[in-house]
Design a protein around this ligand. Structure first.
Ligand SMILES: Cc1ncc(COP(=O)(O)O)c(C=O)c1O
Length: 442
């Protein structure tokens, strides 16, 4: 019996599904992947099999595994006493770096995870405006936060006559009444958005969105749509919140807000900013952030918030991202990988395409027209789950790790700064063989 199987059999006696987190169940493997170690672009499973990692900790391992500079930062925290629930000069240094990087970051507050920080963003928007309704977008995901956890994972609700999409909760256990203050609209559908704002005029606290929704593969905003949303929010006194938990730091220093040239009132960051250590941040305009305690009476705090070790690793991440060739390397890998995959799909007559921005991407098997990516419903009509499944099984077999929870929409995959051009070439050679096999199968 393999070690992986042995661990799984025993883990199921203590964990539901054999893992400490539901999302770790890999639907391709039909069990979690238990690791022995990870370094650079590689992970090694409990049986000793090596994979090039394209899961990269769901985006948290943007700096790769076991990065020497992050090790050094973690060791510095060990030497200092790895304490928590205190401030240091390093906290201030990190906030200053966020302020320099992210256009909206006039003020900063730390948190531990993407989920916590999107919860806080909604709280701040409601406190600042004194209103309750939050508009969100179909397909977008903002963490395990039942305040806004609707219509992710390919769910397509019915539309009402003004174009709002019926709320479909993504988890059991959500009180029905939460739904009363949430409105869903299709992303990039300006008309429906405008009608929704008009219908709830004077009652809307915030608009929450992923500028590029990697939780539907890679579902980007149209720039004109985002600009118009900004304009309407300013006009109506609505707090515009960008969830940059995935986009943060990944495409360029200023993240999606710089990429689109649209500055939100609040933005949330997690994953890449900590280099694999748990830290998140709520950044925003001074006037809005001033509702927070101790100035205001909106509470956002926590025992582990801004623990020393993730603060020190995050400083190192920000410094690395400032170095001259950092994003040139990301862009070169991205162009080679996404361009190469698209060319291989064409070569083998596999319907679909890859879309990536910066270091993260989605694979749209079955979706022939890349323009459909701007309209998830259209893309969803032709998306082929069966091809995705076959592709993932073969990729795992060939030592390429892509995680999939068995969702109805494309998942997101990505590489790290420690991936090399050689890794990408090895990967493309394997994909060449995999697409050839798939062509015979479909
Ligand atoms: C856009 C977005 N927001 C929030 C979250 C939640 O982050 P965390 O898993 O750190 O709670 C995620 C997680 O995948 C995410 O993709």
């Amino acid at each position: 019996m393999s070690k992986l199987q042995e661990i799984y059999d025993e883990a199921r006696q203590y964990f539901i599904g054999g893992a400490s987190a539901g999302g770790r169940f890999n639907s391709t493997l039909q069990q979690p992947l238990y690791l022995k170690s990870a370094s650079g672009s590689r992970i090694i499973d409990a049986d000793g099999k090596a994979y090039i990692d394209y899961h990269t900790g769901s985006g948290a391992a943007f700096f790769g595994h076991n990065h020497p500079r992050l090790r050094e930062a973690a060791e510095k925290a060990m030497d200092m006493g790895f304490f928590m629930n205190f401030e240091t000069e390093y906290h201030k240094e990190l906030a200053k770096l966020f302020h320099e990087f992210f256009p909206c970051a006039e003020r900063v507050r730390f948190s531990n995870s993407g989920t916590e920080v999107t919860m806080a963003a909604v709280r701040v928007a409601r406190a600042y405006t004194g209103k309750d309704i939050v508009i969100r977008f179909e397909g977008h995901f903002h963490g395990m936060n039942e305040l806004v956890w609707y219509n992710h994972n390919g769910a397509r609700g019915k539309k009402n006559d003004i174009g709002e999409v019926e709320n479909i909760s993504d988890t059991a256990g959500t009180p029905q009444c939460f739904s009363e203050v949430i409105r869903n609209v299709e992303y990039n559908d300006l008309e429906s958005f405008e009608r929704c704002v008009e219908a709830h005029k004077g009652q809307i606290a915030g608009v929450l969105l992923e500028p590029v929704s990697f939780n539907c593969g890679c579902y980007p905003a149209q720039k004109a749509f985002l600009e118009k949303v900004r304009e309407i929010c300013s006009r109506e006194g609505i707090v515009l919140i960008f969830d940059e938990v995935i986009t943060g730091l990944r495409m360029r220093p200023g993240s999606a807000q710089a990429y689109y040239g649209v500055t939100p009132d609040l933005a949330t960051f997690a994953k890449a900013i900590g280099g694999g250590f748990p830290i998140a941040a709520l950044c925003g305009k001074k006037e809005v952030m001033e509702v927070l305690n101790p100035l205001g009476r909106t509470i956002m705090s926590g025992t582990y918030t801004g623990a020393l070790m993730p603060v020190l690793t995050s400083i190192e991440c920000m410094k690395m991202a400032m170095e001259p060739d950092f994003y040139d390397h990301i862009d070169a890998l991205a162009d080679t990988l996404y361009g190469g995959m698209n060319a291989l799909m064409k070569k083998h007559g596999i319907p679909g395409h890859v879309r990536g921005i910066g270091a993260r991407f989605g694979i749209y098997f079955g979706v022939e027209n890349p323009e459909d990516d701007y309209n998830w419903r259209k893309a969803g009509d032709s998306y082929r789950c069966d091809m995705t499944k076959s592709f993932l099984i073969k990729s795992l077999r060939d030592g390429l790790y892509m995680h999939d929870c068995g969702q109805a929409a494309p998942a997101h995959y990505g590489f790290s700064v420690q991936h090399t051009m050689e890794d990408i070439e090895i990967t493309l050679n394997k994909f060449d063989k995999i697409f050839k096999e798939m062509k015979e199968e479909f």
